[in-house]
Design a binder for this molecule. Structure first.
Ligand SMILES: Nc1ncnc2c1ncn2[C@@H]1O[C@H](COP(=O)(O)OP(=O)(O)OP(=O)(O)O)[C@@H](O)[C@H]1O
Ligand SMILES: [Mg+2]
Length: 231
């Protein structure tokens, strides 16, 4: 579905990604883990075309998308939920979903209501008045409404209470069952290990480990070194 080959990118003078290679198979979840400032968000922004790659290739189903503008990449079926969620605060929940919905999407507003019953009850509320967890669900639902093949999720569990994190995890698992491919950026190791078919650790703009969640679970050394997990 998605492949990055030796991708370099950055901002102005600063080089952030120093040769990222990763692969995400169709219908799978890959997690990208690493400390603050490691380059996780830069990686998803580079895939989305928001930060232009300086070297290397980004391939979506074998087709190169690096160098394309974000709007084209979006129309090719890539949806992005940024860290800050970026919903339209002054629009209602329904309006946020309706303006995102594309006719060919498998995720109609009706289906999204079934998937996120909590949102269904809040359709007429202004999005800016939702709780953090509700806003995260809305941001994910809105991305699905565009009918993506590939979903880029940047730290969906960030700042949420544990029970809400569980609900977000359930919804991501349901999306995967629906055949969606997902690249999940996480700092919450448990969330990533719960969901991911494969895991990548990033540090200072380099991939320093790739493998299965099971492998990473056994590697306390890597968790301590790259994620600051206490042993
Ligand atoms: N717009 C920008 N301009 C300049 N430098 C930036 C910009 N965005 C990020 N950076 C720098 O790039 C590096 C990687 O940032 P990035 O946001 O990719 O990290 P991250 O792994 O997502 O971290 P976090 O876990 O805190 O979200 C950091 O050193 C950061 O300061
Ligand atoms: Mg980030």
């Amino acid at each position: 579905m998605l492949r990055l080959d030796d991708v370099h990118s950055g901002y102005g003078q600063s080089q952030v990604l120093k040769g990222i290679s990763l692969e995400l198979a169709d219908g799978q979840v890959a997690a990208l883990l690493g400390r603050n400032g490691a380059g996780k968000s830069t990686t998803v922004k580079t895939i989305m075309g928001l930060v232009p790659p300086r070297r290397g290739a980004v391939l979506l189903e074998g087709r190169r998308i690096d160098g394309l503008p974000p709007s084209r990449i979006s129309r090719l079926g890539v949806a992005y939920v940024p860290e800050q969620r970026r919903i339209f605060s002054y629009l209602t929940v329904r309006e946020n979903l309706s303006i995102a919905e594309r006719p060919q999407s498998a995720w109609s507003v009706a289906r999204l209501c079934e998937m996120f019953p909590r949102l269904a009850a809040l359709m007429r509320q202004r999005a800016g008045t939702l709780s953090g967890g509700e806003q995260q669900m809305l941001a994910i639902a809105r991305a699905l409404a565009t009918g993506p093949r590939l979903l880029l999720l940047d730290e969906p569990s960030q700042g949420l209470a544990p029970s809400i994190v569980d609900a977000v995890v359930d919804s991501i698992a349901e999306m995967r069952s629906g055949g969606l491919s997902i690249l999940l950026v996480e700092q919450n190791l448990e969330v990533a290990l719960d969901l991911a078919d494969s895991v990548y650790l990033i540090d200072q703009g380099n991939i320093v480990f790739s493998g299965s969640g099971r492998e990473l679970r056994m590697r306390a050394d890597l968790q301590a070194r790259y994620l600051g997990v206490e042993t």
